[in-house]
Ligand binder design. Structure first.
Ligand code: SAM
Length: 308
């Protein structure tokens, strides 16, 4: 199904909780700023995915908060995996992966993105507020050993903190056979001129330009037309993806996903909260499939490129 701008919707990003065991100072909380305790049950998530599937959406990414903080996360994955047969993945800070990786894989999870902005314990503590770097790194190895593939490492580029660590992160990714995703710090227009954003934002275009020069191959992802550079790093095949969402009209033009907040609202865009469509309340009030499909169409029709 396409939106008013001719963009097909092919995937859904589902937040399962707004709770988290880390406190990353820059976190956008998937655009979910209000505190609530109104999480969807696994069956409610499954029902909404079934509606998504009726529009040929067959890829899901689970997020949060920290999705592994939910003790029913394995059940959620097992309900979702038969429906989302093209891709089922999860983004996590990795600290709980040593406990869950194998069960998640057995439940049908294909792959994970692990957020790892730095390999330096002091910088990690400064970013996340916690001393769990060891657990996060263990999580990378457990995920790899469980066969959650391809493994991606998410590194949000932060001025004055980790911008000098790119080479080290590329090396760690090559060693763990992971794809490194270097991500630009993202914020809505109204926050762009704040001291906070200016203090930490770095435009990663210079990395793209550098990788363009050394890459053997450049692959374009369907979602956001993100560029993935494939090259040799100290004799090892290495892949680095650069995610540049800010003021990037191409990024928005190739956005093929819809979001679902942890309290059951369809969310057309990370950076906006004025166009949500509540699907959970009607579901709880007994709405049938036709009504739920209408709500889904409504959310798709509210999609609009943020950067035009
Ligand atoms: N707790 C999970 C995790 O750490 O991956 C899932 C939630 S987290 C919000 C999902 C991803 O968003 C992480 O990779 C995180 O680094 C990224 N992220 C958070 N705030 C961001 C921001 N302001 N700009 C760009 N990426 C951000």
């Amino acid at each position: 199904m396409k939106d008013r701008f001719g963009r097909p919707v092919k995937s859904i990003r589902v937040s399962v909780t707004e709770r988290c065991n880390l406190k990353c100072f820059y976190c956008h909380r998937e655009g979910e700023w209000h505190i609530h305790r109104n999480e969807m049950t696994p069956e409610e998530i499954r029902k909404i995915l079934e509606i998504a599937r009726s529009f040929d959406i067959r890829k899901v990414k689970f997020t949060g908060g920290e999705p592994l903080i939910r003790d029913d996360i394995v059940h959620i994955i097992s309900l979702a995996s038969p429906l989302m047969d093209k891709d089922i993945s999860l983004t996590t800070n990795g600290t709980l992966l040593p406990k869950y990786a194998q069960d998640l894989k057995d439940a049908g999870l294909r792959r994970v993105n692990i957020s790892l902005d730095t390999l330096d314990p002091e910088k990690y503590r400064r970013i996340t507020g916690k001393n769990t770097l060891r657990e996060a790194i263990d999580g990378v190895f457990t995920a790899r050993n469980a066969g959650l593939y391809p493994l991606k490492l998410n590194m949000v580029l932060l001025k004055g903190i980790n911008e000098n660590e790119i080479e080290e992160m590329i090396k760690f990714s090559a060693d763990t056979e992971a794809i490194l995703q270097i991500i630009e710090l993202e914020a809505p227009r109204e926050k762009e001129n704040t001291g906070f954003f200016k203090k930490y934002h770095v435009n990663p275009k210079f990395i793209e330009d550098h990788l363009e020069g050394i890459a053997k191959e450049v692959v374009y992802n369907e979602l956001h037309r993100r560029k993935r550079f494939i090259f040799n790093f100290h004799g090892k095949r290495t892949e680095v993806e650069v995610v540049r969402p800010m003021h990037n009209t191409e990024f928005c033009m190739y956005c093929t996903r819809i979001r679902l907040t942890s309290d059951g609202k369809l969310k057309p865009c990370l950076l906006r909260n004025d166009n949500l469509v509540d699907i959970l309340t009607p579901l709880r009030n007994g709405a049938g499939d036709e009504k739920l499909k209408e709500l889904f169409i409504e959310a798709i029709m509210r999609r609009e490129p943020y950067w035009k």
